[in-house]
Write a protein that binds this ligand. Sequence first.
Ligand code: NAD
Ligand code: ZN
Ligand code: ZN
Length: 338
Amino acid sequence: MKAAVANQFGDNLNIETLAKPEIQDHQVLVKIHACGVCHTDLHACHGDWPVKPTLPLIPGHEGVGEIVELGASVKHLSIGDRVGIPWLYSACGHCEYCLAGDENLCLSQQNAGYSVAGSYAEFCAAHADYIVKIPDGLSYLEAAPLFCAGVTTYKALKVSEAKPGDWVAIFGIGGLGHLAIQYAVAMGFRVVAVDTGDAKRQLAEKLGAEAFYDFNIDNVVAEINELTAGVHGSICTAVSKVGFRQSYDVVRRGGKCVLVGLPPEEMPLPIFNTVLNGVSVVGSIVGTRKDLEECLDFAARGKVKAIIEEKRLEDINDIFADMEKGEITGRIVMGISS
Ligand code: NAD
Ligand code: ZN
Ligand code: ZN
């Protein structure tokens, strides 16, 4: 099979021909029709984070496709089922986090395209219990980004505990942020968005943001605070320390600052203001299978639609270069097998 492979951190990916994965009894083989390109894949290929993936690596955790082979013990799925393979490739199912429904916090989890081979390939072996079916009516291309960007931002908005009519600020209107705006609007929140450039401004406004602030031009914190008197929740997907600090500085008393983006940096927080203002700063990591089902349902009902541009697996190094420059509008999805 054809796959895009990272052999050295920081180097270009190579398109290689590898053996098709062999599946174990609890697994299924998925023929990958499409895979979204998440900024996390770029962090993975650069070795940005304290826990590094094992090389060589096939990245990709927004892979969608059809089941073409079932492991011997898999009874609840069928050949031909349309599924996606998310970042949460598997969890243990019996630790305190799994039992509490917080499987995304499981210490024994595996992650697609990080600790195990992902979906930048024509085929991917997946854990039958952790893949999620794609609802009818959603194409592979439009479903792919929901398996990370969609579920992550939907979950982060839940974590913000904002209520209908509340203000939320979305920092970073990239692959994640453009879906965050749509989920926020669908959940009844009022949205302000922060990124840079006319393309991001037009996208944010089209998707329902009531105001857009350009971090290269505007006085982001003062202007958001003037308009909203401080937001009830802020979701930071920006790959930027400055964005994180601003997302903290626009939260009103008692509000929540939800950290989602993963720049490899520290975020110093003022103790005095955090204490006196009763502000919560909380991390949010992808979502559970249940969150994913809910997030897909919003899209199946037409409330949320990923803005995508289709490219090929062979384009991956150019896609990463554009992503680093912040020049992608929406999500790039690579069409893989047809
Ligand atoms: P992306 O490259 O598509 O989007 C990032 C956006 O941030 C770009 O539009 C860029 O212009 C914007 N940006 C940069 N600096 C900014 C600033 N100061 N203020 C506002 N916006 C700014 O990336 P993505 O795929 O949306 O991923 C974003 C981040 O989220 C990455 O670090 C990724 O690893 C992380 N991520 C986290 C989770 C999670 O579960 N927590 C899941 C997926 C991705
Ligand atoms: Zn567990
Ligand atoms: Zn991702």
